[in-house]
Design a protein around this ligand. Structure first.
Ligand SMILES: NC(=O)c1ccc[n+]([C@@H]2O[C@H](COP(=O)([O-])OP(=O)(O)OC[C@H]3O[C@@H](n4cnc5c(N)ncnc54)[C@H](O)[C@@H]3O)[C@@H](O)[C@H]2O)c1
Length: 159
């Protein structure tokens, strides 16, 4: 099972796309209102093809929750705001999400950071979390999303 953490512009379509292709997916966000909207069968933003993808994912059994799940794969797609002057990102959301994942992840889980981060962010801010938590068993992956806004659903499928 895959737990997608952060159901915004990137995380929600990622979760829906995997679910609609037969992967068991739970989408998690700490925004209770957002999760309630999704559980009420409504999408949270407009994007071409998103409503159809949402309907497919619901049929395939996708679930939405404010809880992090116990599962084998986590995809973290939380915000990485950046300072327009020095172009440095703020890793605090990624760090917080990864810390919570490490509290629940079973042995050997895969932790994918999908958020966009500057070079070296994983080594400086994320990998040390695994060491601090004594979680050398967790397999860390960085796979930043490359879609262009406005063409999200097509690009997720074809990139
Ligand atoms: N928006 C784009 O066009 C785009 C394109 C490519 C890459 N990205 C990157 O993808 C990442 C996500 O961006 P986005 O646009 O989807 O952000 P977003 O603000 O639309 O969504 C992020 C979601 O994460 C949730 N969240 C934050 N911290 C959390 C936590 N600890 N636990 C659970 N949920 C949490 C928020 O409530 C929010 O719903 C960023 O790194 C961004 O740079 C964005």
């Amino acid at each position: 099972m895959v737990n997608v953490i952060g159901l915004g512009y990137i995380g929600l379509p990622t979760a829906l796309m995997m679910a609609s292709h037969g992967v068991e997916v739970v989408g998690t966000d700490y925004n209770e209102e957002l999760v309630a909207t999704l559980n009420a069968g409504k999408t949270t933003f407009k994007e071409e093809g998103l409503d159809e993808l949402f309907a497919d994912a619901l049929k395939s059994g996708i679930k939405f929750s404010t809880d992090y799940q116990v599962c084998d794969t986590y995809i973290v797609s939380v915000p990485t705001p950046y300072d327009k002057l020095d172009k440095k990102i703020d890793p605090c959301y990624v760090v917080a999400a990864c810390k919570t994942v490490l509290e629940v992840a079973p042995e050997g889980a895969v932790l994918v950071v999908e958020s966009t981060v500057s070079p070296n962010t994983i080594d400086r801010f994320v990998r040390p979390l695994l060491t601090e938590a004594g979680r050398g068993d967790v397999r860390l992956v960085h796979a930043p999303e490359r879609i262009i806004p406005g063409n999200m659903v097509y690009e997720l499928l074809h990139n």
